[in-house]
Each structure stands twice: as structure tokens, then as C-alpha cells.
Ligand binder design. Sequence first.
Ligand code: FAD
Ligand code: NAG
Ligand code: NAG
Length: 394
Amino acid sequence: MAQTTELVKVVVVGGSFAGVAVIQTLLSSIKSGHKNIQIILIEKRDARHHPIGAFRALVDAEYAKRVWIPYTNLFPKDSHHKIIQDTVTQVYHDHVVLASGQSVPFNYIALCTGSSNPAPAKFTADSSKESIAITDKAREDLKKAKSAVVVGGGACGVELAGEIKSAFPDKKVTLIHSSQTLVDYPGYSPVLKSGALTHLRDLGVDVVLGFRAEIEGLTFQNSIQSAPRTIVTPSGTTIESDIQFLSVGISVDTSYISTLKPATNPTFDSSTLIHADNHQIKVQKTLQVIGFDNIFAAGDCADYSKVPTAAASGVIAPTIAKNIIALVEAKKKNKTAKLSNPGWYPSVMLLATGPETGVIAMPLIGTRFSNSISKALKSKDLMVGMTNASMNWK
Ligand SMILES: Cc1cc2nc3c(=O)[nH]c(=O)nc-3n(C[C@H](O)[C@H](O)[C@H](O)COP(=O)(O)OP(=O)(O)OC[C@H]3O[C@@H](n4cnc5c(N)ncnc54)[C@H](O)[C@@H]3O)c2cc1C
Ligand SMILES: *[C@@H]1O[C@H](CO)[C@@H](O)[C@H](O)[C@H]1NC(C)=O
Ligand SMILES: *[C@@H]1O[C@H](CO)[C@@H](O)[C@H](O)[C@H]1NC(C)=O
């Protein structure tokens, strides 16, 4: 007689690099026998945004059509997996509550809600149409502008300034950064940092270092401003611009976790689950949220990687799927599960500054590679083809 197998519900919150990596790994386990698993993706957007291509989309209307990818093909046709388009507002130990009020039960959950950057890198709107309109409007304003200022010299600011200058070589582009070093992240080669500066200056971008610029009207909420502005640097240089972009501040919203308590401990203090300063969820090496066997987190919303990147998410997040399968199997056999930790991944960073150019450096080797390698690995299409393929468009 066939054994009756109970359906195991796995909820994945957020369908981007981390969430889709969890889903793809689960799908391949299901193919090879774990048929009693049902995946439920809860994603607030109507399509997947590919943020790595966001600045190319700003300057290139044709390319812009590729950075919003429908979820239609993610699950095999006629499968019992589901996509719910809604926002998770509360997480409990065995269910989540959505903005619509709906409650969704789970056996296991992967929290992959990522992070936000100011537009046009990422968007607060849940509708792709609204977000596309913001990019289109900025492109029109940018075309009319004679000069642009980008505030913030992290990876985003460097790429944004580079894309603008590459697409519009005749415009004056100024990148302003508060400290003396661009892309100053822990664990990355100094060659990347100095290379980024040389590279932008070679492109013709004016780079101003050591200046914390305050520009009237330019804020995280209003991060693209089309207005004439004049600022004066500490050394007395006047910078005029017709359009400004704020490219500082990555933010993580994990407020949904404030309802999470172990079933047996009603006085549990949920604020201990996240870091007070950056709101990232604290996870163990198994990617389990501390104190919860069935709740996992990965990607930009979790504290596993020092510098959260899509590349790191893609390497780390599949471990969530492997560990969920291990727990499901162990439970069936009434055994203790052997859980794994994600493998090592290199802190490689590749900064694309236009379709033809970029700078790449390895953490240990330190070598600054050429434009041709950057072009082949990233700059040409900014990996949008890879993201499209990961969504099962073939
Ligand atoms: C301009 C730019 C260029 C970049 N270039 C690179 C690069 O070259 N290489 C690299 O490795 N990294 C790059 N990054 C970083 C990379 O984009 C992030 O590390 C990556 O997006 C993180 O993926 P994630 O899956 O953790 O979350 P995100 O991509 O932030 O996605 C989170 C998803 O969760 C959804 N969501 C959030 N909250 C909820 C909720 N409460 N309920 C339901 N759904 C929710 C969101 O709608 C979104 O779809 C770049 C970032 C930017 C902005
Ligand atoms: C994704 O790839 C498929 C197949 O190449 C293509 O038809 C589709 O237009 C692509 N989607 C986007 C949003 O670019
Ligand atoms: C599962 O294992 C535990 C300890 O190893 C044992 O006490 C328990 O009876 C087992 N349960 C079942 C259903 O076999």
C-alpha cells in the first residue's frame, strides 16, 4: 500500500536573486523525488526587477525593456506550486500575514526580502509600470540636461556616473563622494578602489572626494532631481548641474519579524532577531534564524555576508533549500538532520561603467583587469540574460 505523504509547505518571501536561487534548488530536488513539497512564492511585485541593469536602463530605452521579467515561467505548468502577489507584513512561527489580511501557513520559510537603494537603482513602487515610468522620465530629463551630479561613490554611484558619461560623452558628469576612497568596502582589493577612480577620470568624469554634498531637494525619497542647482566644494570650486542623483544609503526593511516568537515562549523579545543599526536578520551558519529550526534567511536582508551582493546570494541561498530538504528527510526517518553551511565565495567585484568598459579586481590577486574582460563578464548586458534564464525563459 502506498504511504500517505503529508504535503510540506515551503514559503519563499521575495523572488529575486536569493529567493529564486532557493526555488530553483528546491525544484531540482523535487524533480529527483521529493514530490511532497509545495513551494509558495510571496512577492510584492508584478515582475522581477534586475537591479544590476538599472543604470543601463536609465540611459538606454531599448535595454530598459529587458530589466523587468515576468514570473510566468518560474514554476512548471500544471505544478501545485503557487505565486502570491502580496507583501508579507507579519511573520509567526508557522504562518505569515499579508498586507491583504490573508494568512499563509508554512512548515518552512525562506526570508529573502533584500534591500532598497534610491531610484533609479531600485524602486519603492510595487508596480513595474510605475517604476518603468520613473526611469523613462529620468531618461528624458537626463537627455535635456547639460550637466549631471551623482552624490555617493559606492559601487552604485561609480556605475551610475560611468553609464551616464559613456552614453552622453558631451555632458559634464561629476561624482561627489564624502570620503577619500571610492567603493570602500571591507574585504575588497585596494586596486579596485584606486582603479575605479583612475577609470572614471579616464572616462572624463569629474570626481570630487572628501566632500559631503548637501543638495537642496535631493533626498532618499526624491533621489532623482531635475532642477538647476549650484554647490561649492570646500576647496572653492563651483559645480552647476541640471540634474542630480542621490546614490547613497542602502536600507533593509525586516519589520515583519517583530511578531516572530517561538511557540513556547510568549515573552520572547523579537528585536533580538535583527541588528538594530542595519535591520539585517541574524542567521546561523546554517542560515537558520537564531532560535528557529524552520525559519531561514539569505540575501541582502540577512547578516551572512559582509558585503551583500547578488553573486553572494546566488552561492549562499541554495543552502536554504538543501537544509530544508535535509530537515524534511530527517523528519520522515525520525532522525536528526545533518545541516550544511554555504561554501566559500570570493569577494569579486566588477564595476561596469558603460557597455564597453569596466574595472574588476580580485580580493587576493588584486589585479585590475582590462575593459575587454569586464565587457565579456558583465558590462555588455549586465547579466540580464542570466537573470532571465534563471526565471526559466528559454
Ligand atoms: C545598481 C546596482 C548594481 C548592482 N550590481 C551588482 C553586481 O554587479 N553584482 C552583484 O553581485 N551585485 C550587484 N548589486 C547588488 C544586488 O543587486 C543585490 O545584492 C541583490 O539584489 C540582492 O538580492 P536579494 O535577492 O537579496 O534581494 P533583492 O534583489 O533586494 O530583492 C528582494 C525581493 O523581495 C521582494 N520583497 C521585499 N520585501 C517584501 C515583502 N515584505 N513581501 C513580499 N516581497 C517582498 C522585493 O519586491 C524584491 O523582489 C547591484 C545593486 C544595484 C542597486
Ligand atoms: C527573456 O528571454 C526570452 C527568450 O530569449 C525572450 O523572449 C524575452 O523577451 C526575455 N524577457 C525579457 C523581459 O527580456
Ligand atoms: C523517534 O525517535 C525517538 C528517539 O530516537 C523515539 O523516542 C521515538 O519514539 C521515535 N518516534 C517514532 C514515531 O518512531
